[in-house]
Every structure is written in structure tokens, then in C-alpha cells.
Design a protein around this ligand. Structure first.
Ligand SMILES: O=C(O)CCC(=O)C(=O)O
Ligand SMILES: [Mn+2]
Length: 269
């Protein structure tokens, strides 16, 4: 992460200086495994706005082969403005692209979806090879803020819109062959707060020999969840149906896709 975050032992509070020594990071963890990294201003008036913008409180979520970081990236006001813009400007797939083919039958996807990204990228979606739509300013704004907060870059985004708690996404891993190996996935959420569940690949049924407990999170309005390697190798995730949720939600997963030339040479494998 930016500002020189370092990972600490559990149950210990340590400090690290930022490169300019204007901020320091404090991290503490509790017995549940959660920890928080807080960037603390040294002298209030000395820190420029540009640096303050990079100060986020991160919660580390760690389990066997699961490594995630969670923060509130946008204030409530910013998030509401962005949500309204997304609702007005994002054009979702329709027709065959809003359906999935399972065991010889077509089904409507229980949410709306679309992809945006850099020119020249190609990926397979519902069995069809597609190019993402070109970036628009509201997506540039979100992507740039994630890049500022994490130091990671992204060239592609998958957007999911859930009209209410009936819309959902089933257990899956983000392990598409087009992803840059070991790259993190940045998941930003706007609108209704929804439950999000990780299940370890060896503990998905009651009869599994190994019983690792699911990891359950609530993804809030304006939040960012970083799913770091190797989370998506070992853990499935889902956004379950929640009948009581009546408001819409938009989720954007920013990804780093390989370029055509990287795919053909097998670079980065
Ligand atoms: O809506 C979410 O929070 C998850 C979306 C997701 O898992 C995906 O797009 O692959
Ligand atoms: Mn996913």
C-alpha cells in the first residue's frame, strides 16, 4: 500500500514512518485476526491535501490462504454522488449477454452486468470474445482513487448492478485466464450494504473433510475490498440473496488483464 505500510505481527502495535516523516502508520490486531492500519498525521497543518487524500483506515482480513484489505474509500457524500452518476451513465449488457447457458438451457443472469476498460483488451464472457467499452470519466475517477490508495494499476472493470436483495451472484472465484497472474482485484461498492461471503474451496459442503469457517463481510456504500493473491486460488466468494434489502447496489471489480501479446508469450506465468 501507499505511505509505506508494513505488515505487523498479530497482537502487537508498531509504528513505521512515511517517506516524508509527516505521517506514521499504526497497526493493531485482535484475537479474531482482524487488524487495522491507521495513517496518523504528525503535525496537522503540515500535511498537504494531496497526501491527506491518501490516508485511509485499512482493516486486514486474514485466513488460511486468504488475504484481503478493506477500507472506506469515499465519504458518504462522494459515494452518493458517484452512485447517482453510475445509475445515469452506465449502459448494461442486454440480449444474449445478459443470459448464461447452463446444462443446455439459457437463464437470465440475476443482476445486470457490463465491462469497461483499455482499448485492445479482449476477454471471454458468456462464451463470447468481447472488447470492453471505453472508459468514461466517472470510472476514471473511481479507478484513479483506487490506484492512489493502493499503488496498484487496473486496465479493466466488471460492473454488476443488483436491483434489490433478490439479485445476487453465486459462489465463484475470480480466476479468469485473462487476468495477470497474482494480480489483486479491487472491489468497490455503492448503494445498498450487502453481505459478502468467502468459502474455502475444501470446505464448501457439509461432508468436506476439512471444515474452515466461511469469512463473512458487509460491503458498505463507498467501500473498497482488495482481494490479494492467493485469495482467489483457494476461496470462492458470493453475494447471497437478502430478501429484506429493497435498495439497489452497484459493484465494480477493477482488474489487471493481460494484453494479447502477454497472453501469446505466456509472460508473467
Ligand atoms: O458484487 C460483488 O460484491 C461481487 C461481484 C463479483 O464477485 C464479481 O464481479 O466477480
Ligand atoms: Mn467475483
Amino acid at each position: 500500500m501507499i505511505c509505506g505500510f508494513i505488515f505487523m505481527d498479530k497482537f502487537v502495535i508498531k509504528k513505521a514512518s512515511s517517506p516524508k516523516k509527516r505521517c506514521h502508520v499504526e497497526e493493531c490486531a485482535d484475537s479474531s485476526g482482524y487488524s487495522e492500519k491507521v495513517l496518523v498525521k504528525k503535525k496537522k497543518n503540515e500535511v498537504p491535501d494531496s497526501l491527506l487524500e491518501q490516508c485511509f483506515v485499512w482493516r486486514r482480513i486474514i485466513e488460511v490462504n486468504l488475504s484481503c484489505d478493506y477500507t472506506i474509500l469515499f465519504t458518504k457524500r462522494e459515494a452518493t454522488e458517484i452512485f447517482q452518476q453510475l445509475e445515469q451513465e452506465i449502459v448494461y449488457f442486454s440480449g444474449d449477454l445478459s443470459k448464461v447457458h447452463v446444462f443446455g438451457k439459457w437463464h437470465n443472469v440475476p443482476r445486470k452486468q457490463v465491462t469497461y476498460g483499455d482499448e485492445g483488451l479482449a476477454y471471454t464472457f458468456s462464451g463470447i470474445t468481447l472488447s470492453p467499452k471505453p472508459w468514461i470519466p466517472v470510472l476514471d475517477q473511481i479507478r484513479d482513487k483506487i490506484q492512489l490508495a493502493t499503488g496498484q494499476s487496473f486496465n479493466f472493470v466488471l460492473i454488476n448492478r443488483y436491483k434489490d436483495g433478490n439479485d445476487h451472484i453465486g459462489d465463484h472465484r475470480d480466476d479468469e485466464k485473462e487476468l495477470v497472474p497474482r494480480s489483486p482485484i479491487a472491489s468497490v461498492s455503492f448503494g445498498a450494504c450487502r453481505d459478502f461471503v468467502f468459502r474455502h474451496r475444501d470446505s464448501r459442503s457439509k461432508n468436506s473433510l476439512c471444515q474452515i469457517k466461511p469469512v463473512k463481510l458487509e460491503l458498505e456504500h463507498g467501500s473498497l475490498l482488495m482481494m490479494n493473491f492467493p485469495t482467489n486460488v483457494y476461496w470462492y466468494h458470493s453475494l447471497p440473496v437478502r430478501k429484506k434489502v429493497i435498495a439497489p447496489r452497484v459493484n465494480l471489480t477493477f482488474r489487471q488483464l493481460m494484453l494479447q501479446c502477454q497472453k501469446s508469450t505466456g509472460n508473467g506465468k
